[in-house]
Design a protein around this ligand. Structure first.
Ligand code: HEC
Length: 139
């Protein structure tokens, strides 16, 4: 009969510790997408999240942003959209979009973000990472 492998206990404990520490670091763009966007836009970004059916306006298919923009990822437009809905950029909340505000995503450092127009704007790092994640999702 096998005995409980006590030697593995320190290993298990140190894994647990690592998990705790990880939670205090900034979530990745993929993690934030899952927490803040996937309910509507779907885990794969196709606009088919579980909350989509309840909405009057269909969530955009975020895998087609580049295709709909002549093959170029519209980084500046995407950033205006997600930052605009935080309520920080004045005047951008109008238009009746069901997209919520993303207050927690504004916490953390500002980093220069150039969405493709050659102008680097100091931008909350978690928004930049979500935008970069969306860039990866393009079909
Ligand atoms: C409550 C549902 C909901 C959530 C949550 C949500 N969205 Fe949306 N989103 C929509 C809807 C509906 C539209 C289409 C209407 C519009 O453009 O405002 C949209 C449109 C967009 C667009 C514009 C696409 C285009 O082609 O112009 C982008 C970019 C976007 N969302 C990104 C995000 C990101 C990133 C998140 C998470 C940080 C997010 N959304 C969270 C519902 C949501």
């Amino acid at each position: 009969m096998m005995q409980f492998p006590w030697m593995t206990l320190p290993l298990v404990l140190s894994f647990g510790l690592t998990a705790c520490v990880d939670q205090e670091t900034t979530p990745s763009g993929a993690e934030d997408f899952m927490s803040f966007c996937a309910a509507c836009h779907g885990a794969g970004g196709k606009g088919d999240g579980p909350a989509a059916a309840r909405l009057d306006r269909k969530p955009a298919d975020l895998t087609g942003l580049s295709v709909r923009n002549g093959g170029v990822f519209p980084g500046t437009k995407v950033m205006a959209k997600i930052w605009g809905y935080t309520g920080v950029a004045p005047g951008r909340q109008a238009g009746g979009s069901p997209m919520p505000e993303f207050g927690p995503l504004l916490q953390g450092d500002l980093v220069p973000y150039d969405g493709g127009d050659g102008i680097a704007t100091p931008t909350p790092v978690r928004l930049v990472e979500i935008a970069e994640y969306l860039r990866v999702l393009q079909r």
